[in-house]
Write a protein that binds this ligand. Sequence first.
Ligand code: GRF
Length: 199
Amino acid sequence: MKRLGILLSGRGSNFEAIARNVQAGKIPAEIAVVISNKPEALGLARAKQMGLETRFIPSKGKEREAFDREVAAVLKEFQVDLVCLAGFMRILSPCFVREFPRRILNIHPALLPSFPGEDAQRQALEYGVKFTGCTAHLVDEGVDTGPIVCQAVVPVRDNDTAETLAARILHEEHRIYSEAICLLLDDKLQFEGRRVLGK
Ligand code: GRF
């Protein structure tokens, strides 16, 4: 059985969607450990309630690489095959990324490469695009720049606020994140430069 490591900092709804699909047998893997850099993260509390292994690793006041080394050590201890960033509000250092080649996934609430970084739903709304969406992508050494595994398109409505748009996008995030996990675990994808083929 493949083993997932989840990193989160907050609400954890993507984590919960993954956990539900694991429980339902829709993702052929188990969640080995859930790690948060925030003690108050709702996702961490939910993971504990579910009886999963959890770790709080403080990031505050720590050098980026020192924190990343601690996280990597826990992921190795739990023999994680795939690292899933689920609302993890930290940029990972190149040495962390190199520890898990093509084995770190992230979900971003926009159609990358449009609207990277924070507040992507508001960025899309203010720009005036008619469609936005979400992207499940591999993590490379940049911010929201890694190869794209899955995307979903979401229309922007005239009466949308950043909140209503975010909610509609989130619904799709929950679907495509699990899809991307399954594709990666299956080991059948091919990589040609930035392109991820074989979906
Ligand atoms: C999601 O919008 C995700 O795309 C972004 O952070 C948010 C996390 O939400 N990376 P949740 O903690 O999974 O509910």
